[in-house]
Design a protein around this ligand. Sequence first.
Ligand SMILES: [Zn+2]
Length: 515
Amino acid sequence: MSLSGPRSRVTLAAGLACVAFFAVCAIAMVGAQGSRVAGRPPAEHAKAVKRLLIHNAMVIYGNAKPAFGPMDILVEDGLIGRIAPAGALAVDVDAVIDATGKYVMPGMVNTHMHWHDERAGVAQPIQYARNLYLAAGVTTTRELGGSFDKSKRWQAESAANTIVAPRMQVYWTVNRGSGTAEAIRANVREAKARGADGLKIFGMDRDQLEVLMDEAKAQGLKTTTHIAVEEVTARDFVELGVDSIEHFYGVADAALDGIQAFPPDHNASNEVHRFARAGELYAQANPDKLRQVIDLMVARGVSWSPTLSIYEASRDAIRAQNLPWFRDYLHPALERFFAPSLENHGSYFIGWTNTQEVRWRQNYRVWMDALRDFGVQGGRITTGDDAGYIYSVYGFGLVRELELQEEAGFHPLEVIRHATANGAALLGLGDRLGRVRQGFAADLLVVNGNPLENLRVLNPAGADVNVNGRNVRGGGVEWTVKAGIPYHGPTLMREVKEMVAKDRASARAKTTAGE
Ligand SMILES: [Zn+2]
């Protein structure tokens, strides 16, 4: 199939004219080729139709091959039915999204997240995080620890499309109980019986981990780990066959000569101590050993969900504390949770110093190089935001994760593959999710602008765009299609803004009433 040059130039020109923030681009690109499109009703927010046509889109497939277009994508019964050059499909449709000047890419998979309906004991509507994730282009989530039964219920409701939310996988945090082999095996069997999609492993000694991994294999459960500073490192997990590794800790821990050089007063239960020292970890790793650990991870097919964005405040606290979208979109429960305090996990910014930030920047450089090394050798990298902690707001954190993976040295096409096809593969759904491909789930984003030019256009609050030398507000995901149902980004964000305004007002009223 060849693409006519003139048409693609016209499309790009139209794209430049279509950057007004969330504006409906009514440019008559449809023209003569769009006779089947003209007269068809436009898609409506959260309204399922049998046949939805996404018309005239530049397509990013999700497997890192270059964008291609303009194309029409026919969505039928929740699946991608056909993909063809714009105007070439001779079918009748029930609704149309005009993607002229826009890019279409697969919905994103957030491989490390938590569903929160409260923060620090203050209620936070669950729809807040659901809307934010959808508006940021997240159509699938993997929850690594939460309120298990509630999340299983939400998972079923999302699968039935009776709630407005991404697809969900729900992992079970293994509880070692008394720590005996039998207690650990019993807990893994309970996870299986209650329908866990996998296990999140945390805080096990080597002998316990051996038992756990043996039982997980017997039960056919996937495994992932947040490796703390503990007896085991990434090497133990990789040898025992873990599917994925979260964050960064255990990888560099496996490359130390001996153990990390903690000062005598180091108290691992104090998060100010813990996070300050975590920022010194990669500088202490032996580079040769680090390379060997990375090689081993690649050789054993272990995936890495690095969650670069969740620690970013450690390297630049003032940036993290003053993000422009806090003004309209930061829920008061989250705002209270983020405030420096030893009570709330990840709120360790008590007297945070420039020296600590400098060390963290060094930590990031070595960590990013290790991640790049892992990816270049064929290791599977995914994207997770772990938001709801450390100034990271749901969805915004995932987009920032993409930006930081570009900083680590990956081409935006590769970064998008990490966020789409790789995430789906890690979840065992790589044969039906995470790509723009016929027969795959119709989880698609219609983006205002070109994410390959600027990943920031995926930010749910939009991005700055240069139009003929003028800075205008553009970007944003115009439509997030999940299982064929179109959700309108600006509508989702307007609802978030309303939730935040309402809950701020009631928090103020409580304060005034002296509660
Ligand atoms: Zn987490």
